[in-house]
Structures are given as C-alpha cells and as structure tokens.
Ligand binder design. Structure first.
Ligand SMILES: NC(=O)c1ccc[n+]([C@@H]2O[C@H](COP(=O)([O-])OP(=O)(O)OC[C@H]3O[C@@H](n4cnc5c(N)ncnc54)[C@H](O)[C@@H]3O)[C@@H](O)[C@H]2O)c1
Length: 98
C-alpha cells in the first residue's frame, strides 16, 4: 500500500474519474472524503469503499461554495483525521477544480 496514514479529499467523487480515484486511493490505504453535489452517487462510492475494507465518508459539497468547502475540511478532520496515527495533512485531489 502506498498511502497508509493519509487522508484524501477527492472532489467530484460521486462518479467518473473522481470515483475511480477514490477507489484507487482507498485501495492504497488512504482514508477518503468523498465530496460532491450528487448525494446518491457519493453514498454509493462510500459504500463500495467500505465493502472492500476501506474507510470513507461522504460530505455534500458544492466546490463553488466557500462555506461548503470549509465544511468539507472540517468534517474530514473531524471524522477521518482524529487518530494520532494518521496524518492530518490531507492529500487533496481536485477532480472538480475549486
Ligand atoms: N472523462 C475524461 O476523459 C476527461 C478528460 C479530461 C478532463 N476531464 C475532466 O475531468 C473532470 C471529471 O470528468 P468525469 O468524466 O469523471 O466527469 P463526471 O461527470 O463523471 O464526474 C464529475 C463529478 O463532479 C461532480 N460535480 C459537478 N459539479 C460539482 C460541484 N460544483 N461541486 C462538487 N461536485 C461537482 C458531479 O456531480 C460528478 O459526480 C471534468 O472536469 C472533466 O471535464 C475528463
């Protein structure tokens, strides 16, 4: 595994390239915050990661909203980066550019 002890925020991860990137990062050991405006697709991405033994959360995020992005970082730190064994510096994949 190439990403143990990492937390990744991946925007646009409810479908397409973002989703595939989320699966790949989870497979490599990262905890993944799935961010998207599409709730159904986002929850599906999270379910698939968990079914394969990974850890992920979905955070509804419109990347054009500063409030949403701030909330995304807050929820990611709160839910995925609290363990001292995990880096709190996220790997950020901007599939949908901020
Ligand atoms: N698929 C390709 O071959 C290809 C090639 C080059 C570039 N791109 C670019 O890469 C990106 C992703 O492509 P894709 O094929 O995976 O597209 P996609 O439509 O499958 O996925 C894009 C995701 O972004 C989400 N999204 C859209 N607006 C958003 C917003 N404001 N906030 C949060 N999430 C939002 C959508 O809900 C969707 O889940 C796009 O910008 C696309 O133009 C794609």
């Amino acid at each position: 595994m190439r990403l143990p002890n990492k937390v990744a925020i991946i925007t646009g991860a409810s479908s397409g390239m973002g989703r595939v990137t989320a699966y790949l990062f989870a497979k490599e050991g990262a905890k993944v915050a799935v961010a998207d405006v599409n709730d159904t697709g986002g929850e599906e991405t999270v379910s698939n990661i968990k079914a394969n033994g990974g850890e992920a959360i979905f955070v509804h995020t419109d990347v054009s909203s500063a409030t949403d992005v701030q909330n995304l970082v807050k929820e990611t730190v709160k839910n995925l980066a609290v363990s001292t064994s995990f880096s709190i510096m996220p790997v950020k994949v901007e599939n949908v550019p901020l």
